[in-house]
Ligand binder design. Structure first.
Ligand code: ZN
Length: 66
């Protein structure tokens, strides 16, 4: 298992990223379930995965994935 690396707010901002605080209950469904239709464009499912993966990681890292 890889050691969790703390987020560097400045490095993230330099990459054009923004911080986002969400309720764990609102993250659980997207973390576990892709709602994209079967015929969704690959760009849409890729974007979905880029949201779902950190959602699951955030829950896991905070001991909230159960
Ligand atoms: Zn999806």
């Amino acid at each position: 298992m890889t050691e969790a690396v703390p987020t560097d707010p400045r490095a993230e901002a330099d990459r054009g990223r923004v911080a986002l605080w969400l309720d764990p209950d609102d993250l659980r469904r997207p973390a576990r379930h892709c709602c994209c239709p079967a015929d969704a464009e690959e760009e849409a499912t890729d974007r979905c995965a880029r949201l779902r993966f950190p959602a699951g990681a955030a829950l896991h890292e905070n001991g909230l994935s159960g």
